[in-house]
Design a protein around this ligand. Structure first.
Ligand SMILES: Cc1ncc(COP(=O)(O)OP(=O)(O)O)c(N)n1
Ligand SMILES: Cc1nc(C(=O)O)sc1CCOP(=O)(O)O
Ligand SMILES: [Mg+2]
Length: 212
């Protein structure tokens, strides 16, 4: 996938638990109104059946604006709900397997934790790459090392694929992350746990647009 085919700038990483007392579908709706243009459903503990049901409910919300749905990890769910795509990491189903069996997949995202991954078939078949993580975050604790701004620039110089920055992204740091070479910013807590998710998304989106 080229950058023209991956025009997304603000990527919401959503889970029911990650929204605390607020309903995850309300958060999705508000975040989209604020400028989120792609949404990943990340339910690490749900059964496949539960995951499918949640994904269908989320799709009803996303369909109103044509916002694409990405499924985290679970290929069966992604195919069942005819998602736009899937995001996987080093411990998940390999991108090369996904591209071989899921012909209608429009986006395979793959997490980059080591520079060596960039020269592999898995990165080659992937449509977009996540800089994983840019900064440490309490939302996902089992990460390796933070890439920082220098890491974003280093990866930018080694690939033309769309780059998604993830890990503690917020309105104060996204400008520098975009200037370092990221194409898209992925956010969980700064939107899902904000007092006002729409306002939080507006602020982050404004910072991204100013930095582009
Ligand atoms: C956009 C985006 N980037 C990175 C990740 C992390 O994927 P992974 O390393 O597979 O970890 P889990 O999310 O599965 O815990 C992501 N989900 N989304
Ligand atoms: C899902 C996920 N993946 C990461 C990675 O580094 O690969 S960090 C992360 C969580 C991002 O949440 P927040 O915006 O609250 O920091
Ligand atoms: Mg994963």
């Amino acid at each position: 996938m080229t950058k023209e085919n991956f025009p997304f700038k603000l990527y919401l990483v959503l889970s029911e638990k990650g929204c605390a007392e607020r309903h995850f579908l309300t958060v999705a709706e508000q975040a989209i109104l604020g400028g989120v243009d792609i949404v990943q459903l990340r339910e690490k503990k749900a059964s496949t059946q539960e995951f499918v049901e949640k994904a269908f409910r989320l799709q009803d919300v996303l369909a109103k604006t044509g916002t694409p749905l990405i499924i985290n990890d679970n290929l069966e769910v992604a195919q069942k709900v005819k998602a736009y795509g899937i995001h996987v990491g080093n411990n998940d189903i390999a991108p090369s397997y996904i591209s071989a069996v899921w012909k209608d997949c429009r986006s395979i995202g793959y997490s980059i934790e080591f520079l060596e991954q960039l020269n592999t078939k898995e990165a080659e078949v992937s449509d977009c790459l996540a800089v994983s993580p840019v900064f440490k975050t309490s939302t996902k604790k089992n990460t390796i090392t933070e890439w920082g701004l220098q890491g974003v620039s280093e990866i930018r110089n080694l690939t033309d694929k769309p780059l998604i920055a993830i890990g503690n992204m917020n309105s104060l740091n996204v400008s520098n992350v975009i200037k370092a070479g990221a194409d898209c910013i992925a956010v969980a807590s700064a939107i899902c746990l904000a007092k006002d998710p729409m306002k939080a998304a507006i602020e982050i989106r404004n910072q991204i647009e100013k930095a582009l």
